[in-house]
Every structure is written in structure tokens, then in C-alpha cells.
Write a protein that binds this ligand. Structure first.
Ligand code: NAD
Length: 343
């Protein structure tokens, strides 16, 4: 459900799920919203895990799983960005508990059955136990999302929209979701940045996150996501920042993407070219198109390329082609060359 004030509906939704002893997963996001939710849960609150970390470290999963067992939880309630949702997902896969998710960013994780855990490298998997059973979107929780996180997180959703719309093996439902999500983001993101408390724009971005995530779940992740996860796994690069920096480059380079879908994306972005349209939006919302700023060492580009070339799906035309990945990464490292050309 989506609507201002819908946080108050969470207890009823948990009752509908039959959850009586809930582990709350969520800490500092959303201006004390997790504390408010703890109060709303009353005696349904069996325990709480307040520490969440990007990319879901394996030791946090072990601790949260142990906590869920200790308090005899029969359900999980996450509140926060993709890091809180992701920790709940990993516990749900371990214990088979249902999740109610209250997302406070545009990561869209709540709409997919994809989960990830970071040990020595980041590993992702798909499991329907990871898919939240109920999602409650309350735009009031997102008005305090800092501008930089708002922009990068919306580009995370946009990356999902691009994947859904331009997937090589197209899917009409996913493409529809992806196109509408991209349209919502290009219209609402500048408004949300200029007027952070605009609940209409914030609701549109949450809706876009849901549509884009659902579309992505239908078609699966491609080259772009593999690269983001390689950077996240190796250097802990903030996931949304990796999406924002890489998306214009992967859209320009990934020859597996569907040409008709890319043309449709250009139209949605009101441009004659999808890459130019994306770069124009990124510039307008203050996002940089380079991975150098994310702390990726230049000396490692060859090693990253080798890992990405091995990680991309076998049927991708550039699977195993480390030299091609290195060229892509070299461009992404130097930034958006074409951004200075306008358009
Ligand atoms: P995040 O959850 O770490 O949140 C980013 C920052 O924003 C944090 O500092 C957080 O405390 C803060 N924050 C969140 N909501 C806020 C709010 N409403 N107000 C103020 N501050 C707020 O980052 P994210 O980008 O949402 O999620 C990233 C994680 O999600 C990564 O681990 C990524 O791999 C995963 N992810 C998974 C999927 C999937 O389908 N499985 C999809 C996207 C992202």
C-alpha cells in the first residue's frame, strides 16, 4: 500500500499475516520512524535489530538470525532503505519467516526476491522467501532523505527501470513497469530535490521504485548490476552511488540491451537518445558520472574488469571479454566525456 500516514497501518497488516512476535529490523533511517514503529507494534514487538549496514555483511546476518531465534520471532518487519530490507531478507531466507517491509529509500529491494550477503565477496541469490509479503510505502517517512541519497537512490530505481525496459529477452509487463517508472522518476526527482517535503513527488518516487523493482524481478539483472555488485563487494562502494555513476556508461556500452526498449526510454526521457537523456537528468540533479569519486583505485581497473567479465551471464556477448570491460571501466573512471557536449 502507498499513502501518507500508512505507517499506522502496519500493526493491522501484521495481524493479517498472523504475526504475533515480530523482530523489527531498522535503525536510524527516517527521523526516528523505527522508534515510532516500535511503539505502534506494542506487544507484537519481540526484539529489535537496529544496526544495518550496506551490502548486508555476513556477520550481521548471523547475529540477526540468532536474535530472531532467541526471541522466537514469527515474522520480520523492516523499516529503512535497502540495507534494512536486505538484512531482513537474508534472515527470512535462513528461517523462512514472512517479511513486512516499510521502505524509506528508492532501492526497490522490497519488490524483488533477490537477496545479497557480503562476505569476502558479495554474493547474491534469488529465493521467494526473501520477497516481502506486504510492503507499506509512507512518503512522510522519506521527506528527510538527504538530497544526495535521494538523487542516487532514484538512479538506483532508474537502473532497475532501464533493466526492465531494455532487457534482451523482453517482457511486456516488465517493460510497461520500467517505462512508467522512468517517466515518474524524470518528472518527480527534480521536484523532490527542490521541495523535499513534497509528498506527491515523494510518493511518485516510491511508486517508481516499486514498479522498477517489480520489473527487474521479472527479467533479472544484467551487466550493469553485475558491475555494481563487483564494486560493492570489493570496495563497499555505496550501492546507489555505483548505480548513479555507472548507469549512463553501461547504457551506452551494453550491446545486449534491446534497441526498441532503449528508443522507448529516450522518448520517456524526452530526448532523441536514451544515453543523452539519462546524462541530462543526472546533470540536472547533480550526479557525477565517474567511479573515481567513489574511491575505486585506478590501479585495480584490470582486476575489476576480469571479475566483471567472469560474473556477467554466459550468454552475454561480452562474457569473458576482460579487455572490453576494462575499456568500459576506463571511461566510467574518467567520467562522462560526452556530458560536456551538451544534449
Ligand atoms: P541504505 O539502506 O544503506 O540507505 C542509505 C542511507 O540513507 C543510510 O545512511 C540510511 O540510514 C539513510 N536513510 C534511509 N532512509 C532514510 C530516510 N527516509 N531519511 C533519512 N535517511 C534515510 O541504502 P539503499 O541504497 O536504500 O540500499 C542499498 C542496499 O540495498 C545495498 O545493500 C544493495 O545491495 C541493496 N539493494 C538490493 C536490491 C534487491 O533487489 N535485492 C535492490 C536495490 C538495492
Amino acid at each position: 500500500m502507498l499513502g501518507a500516514g500508512s505507517l499506522a497501518r502496519v500493526p493491522d497488516e501484521l495481524d493479517r499475516l498472523g504475526c504475533r512476535r515480530v523482530l523489527l529490523v531498522g535503525g536510524g533511517s527516517g527521523g526516528g520512524a523505527a522508534d515510532r514503529l516500535a511503539g505502534l507494534l506494542g506487544d507484537r514487538l519481540a526484539g529489535r535489530v537496529a544496526r544495518v549496514v550496506q551490502h548486508v555483511p555476513a556477520d550481521l546476518v548471523a547475529a540477526a538470525t540468532a536474535e530472531a531465534r532467541d526471541v522466537d520471532a514469527d515474522g520480520l518487519c523492516s523499516l529503512g532503505g535497502g540495507s534494512a530490507t536486505g538484512l531482513a531478507k537474508a534472515v527470512a531466507v535462513d528461517l523462512g519467516l514472512p517479511i513486512l517491509a516499510v521502505p524509506t529509500t528508492y532501492s526497490g529491494s522490497e519488490a524483488t526476491d533477490v537477496y545479497g550477503v557480503r562476505g569476502t565477496r558479495k554474493r547474491t541469490g534469488r529465493d521467494l522467501r526473501a520477497l516481502p509479503r506486504v510492503v507499506v510505502y509512507d512518503p512522510e517517512l522519506t521527506t528527510g532523505l538527504p538530497a544526495g541519497v535521494t538523487a542516487a537512490s532514484a538512479f538506483n530505481a532508474l537502473a532497475h527501470a532501464v533493466a526492465a525496459l531494455c532487457a534482451p529477452a523482453g517482457d511486456r509487463i516488465a517493460a510497461l513497469y520500467g517505462a512508467e517508472a522512468a517517466r515518474l522518476i524524470s518528472a518527480a526527482l527534480p521536484v523532490a530535490l527542490e521541495h523535499p517535503a513534497d509528498l506527491g513527488a515523494r510518493a511518485d518516487l516510491l511508486l517508481a521504485a516499486y514498479l522498477a523493482g517489480s520489473g527487474l524481478a521479472a527479467v533479472g539483472t544484467g551487466l550493469h548490476h553485475r558491475l555494481c555488485h563487483v564494486l560493492g563487494g570489493r570496495y563497499g562502494v555505496v550501492h546507489a552511488d555505483a548505480h548513479a555513476a555507472l548507469l549512463p556508461h553501461t547504457l551506452a556500452w551494453d550491446e545486449a540491451l534491446d534497441v526498441a526498449g532503449t528508443a522507448r526510454l529516450a522518448g520517456v526521457l524526452a530526448s532523441d537518445d536514451a544515453v543523452r537523456g539519462l546524462r541530462a537528468l543526472a546533470r540536472a540533479v547533480g550526479l557525477r558520472g565517474d567511479i573515481a569519486a567513489l574511491g575505486v583505485p585506478a590501479a585495480d581497473l584490470g582486476a575489476i574488469a576480469a571479475e566483471a567479465a567472469a560474473a556477467v551471464a554466459d550468454d552475454h556477448p561480452r562474457a569473458g571479454d576482460a579487455a572490453w570491460f576494462r575499456a568500459l571501466l576506463t571511461e566510467a573512471y574518467g567520467g562522462d566525456r560526452r556530458s560536456s557536449e551538451g544534449g
